[in-house]
Design a binder for this molecule. Structure first.
Ligand code: UNU
Length: 536
């Protein structure tokens, strides 16, 4: 029997009680005379979907014979002094592999699926999720000869821009214990900067690759929307989700991006992206310019005024960060580039538009459990996430997702058209950045307007916890929504305001035209070759 055949068997377990439960959820009633008909229709639907529920799942498979999962273990405290490891493992090709990543130890943010290795997602809302398929980026790293050495701590459901929200505990900044690495790819920030790993893959919905890159002194790239498949990665909101490489040098970043980018015909966001074989040769192009005298002759760089001004707006914002980044940008002139100020007033609205999209658009993920796009959903993750709807699940939901769910539910009720309005305004914002990018090869600004903050204690109030990251995503999140490629690179150091003996890195963000990662790399590589950020 199915929805198209309405005969109802007497044994059908669905009852008036189930219908009432549905109505309670909706907060509405049916007219008494309508009830029997809707009940029959529900019963027919119920039988029909049983045929799908009875099927085995049909997820992509991964080649675990060629890439066996070895030494899979939860790290001991003494191996995890700074809290960056979520899980350890050793995975590499069993065939001779001289690919571009051979000999490199690579960590994977713990919201990216690695088959056979527990995925914690930074949360205590559920336990025991062990993906059965590798994310596309994981497969590509292994095929390129890389060794995956573990999962790096992810802030709770990727929702923290600082690093004290993960269920496994705080992740400490490599430059000063007790301070944030930035999030939500916090483990990657720590492990790569401290040398415990060579490279890593992070996730970036509002800045989560670039923020820890900035606070830990790394190159962290959020590539153009759709260039790198998001297949097999726990989502937040389908129009802002990105994954990208985090490394200690620009050339390494280019090597890793080249290994993972290009469409996979599973993630529909990649439909317009080149195939992996059609990508520009990022590392080869950089290598060829390494001895050039004036490598950026004719290159035009626009310093976005609004992105610098935020540093002067009080609170946590630190005017010294703006000055440091400006001084670093002016050094590009010594390499032949033109560096000018450009004003983009709508930039100021970008983060607020992002907030509308992130809060409202993430509800199907956070409250519903949706776990992918067309092509492939991680059905086990959906089941686990749905746990949040139980009383116990809700009580175990930490402050950051709780706040998101309250915000999103409130906004859908109060302004149902707000999501659409924000999406449409993003189209305008993209056109405005594109106009500036028709006059400049790249745009620059500070990645974050202030230095790392200390961890909030576990017992601190929700407000206290969230306030340590307020304003942090002002310059990063607009480009999640508009899709422009953006890289954070280290350009200097500053002493902490409260303790001159502590010095933290300062990150500069370079944003380019859609699918023009190459120009960003050229600007970063030329600067890095000439100046030593640790000495500035
Ligand atoms: N996942 C993210 O990129 C993020 C960044 C900042 C705040 C919330 C989320």
């Amino acid at each position: 029997m199915s929805v198209t055949s309405l005969a109802v068997s007497a044994s059908n377990p669905i009852s008036n009680y189930d219908l009432r439960k549905v109505l309670d959820k909706l907060g509405h009633k049916l007219k008494p005379e309508e009830e029997p008909d809707y009940l029959v229709l529900l019963q027919a639907l119920d039988e029909s979907v049983e045929s799908v529920m009875n099927l085995p799942d049909y997820e992509p498979t991964s080649d675990i014979e060629r890439f066996p999962r070895k030494n899979v273990n939860y790290p001991k405290p003494e191996e995890n002094t700074h809290g960056g490891w979520a899980w350890k493992c050793t995975i590499q090709d069993t065939k001779l592999n001289n690919g571009p990543l051979s000999g490199r130890e690579i960590v994977i943010k713990d919201n990216i699926a690695v088959s056979g290795v527990d995925c914690l997602l930074g949360t205590s809302m559920f336990t025991g999720w062990k993906p059965t398929a590798d994310a596309t980026v994981v497969t590509r790293i292994l095929e390129a000869g890389g060794t995956i050495t573990g999962k790096a701590v992810c802030e709770n459901l990727s929702l923290g821009a600082t690093s004290f929200s993960a269920a496994t505990g705080p992740v400490h900044n490599p430059f000063a214990r007790g301070y944030s690495t930035g999030g939500s790819s916090s483990g990657c920030g720590l492990l790569i900067a401290s040398g415990e790993a060579d490279m890593g893959m992070g996730g970036d919905q509002g800045g989560s690759v670039r923020i820890p890159a900035s606070w830990c002194g790394l190159f962290g790239f959020k590539p153009t929307f759709g260039l790198v498949p998001y297949t097999g990665i726990a989502p937040l909101e389908p129009t802002i989700d990105h994954t990208g490489p985090m490394t200690r040098t620009c050339l390494d970043n280019a090597i890793l991006l080249k290994s993972i980018a290009g469409r996979d015909d599973l993630d529909d966001r990649c439909a317009g992206a080149p195939l992996p074989s059609e990508l520009p040769d990022y590392p080869g192009t950089l290598f060829a310019m390494k001895d050039a005298d004036m490598p950026l002759k004719g290159f035009k760089i626009g310093m976005v005024k609004e992105g610098f001004e935020i540093c002067k707006k009080g609170g946590l914002n630190d005017p010294r960060v703006g000055v440091k980044v400006q001084e670093a940008a002016e050094k590009w002139r010594e390499l032949g580039a033109v560096v000018e100020d450009v004003s983009i007033p709508m930039h100021d609205l970008g983060a607020t538009l992002w907030v509308c999209i992130a809060r409202m658009g993430s509800l199907p993920v956070l409250w519903g459990g949706m776990s992918g796009r067309s092509g492939y959903q991680m059905t086990e993750l959906t089941k686990k996430m749905h746990n949040i709807r139980t009383e116990e699940g809700w009580d175990n939901t930490p402050w950051s997702p709780k706040n998101m769910i309250l915000n999103g539910t409130y906004l859908w009720d109060k302004h149902p058209e707000l999501y659409g309005k924000a999406i449409n305004q993003i189209r305008r914002l993209r056109a405005i950045y594109d106009e500036a990018l028709s006059r400049y090869n790249v745009l620059v600004m500070p990645t974050i307007p202030y230095l790392p903050t200390t961890h909030a204690p576990r017992e601190a109030s929700v407000l206290e916890k969230i306030s340590r990251s307020l304003g942090q995503i002002f310059n990063t999140s607009p480009f999640n929504a508009t899709g422009h490629p953006s890289l954070s690179m280290p350009v200097g150091m500053l002493p902490a305001r409260e303790d001159k003996n502590i010095r933290f890195p300062v990150g500069l963000q370079i944003t380019g035209r859609h699918m023009d990662e190459m120009s960003i790399y050229k600007a970063a590589f030329a600067w890095e070759a000439k100046f030593d950020w640790k000495e500035l």
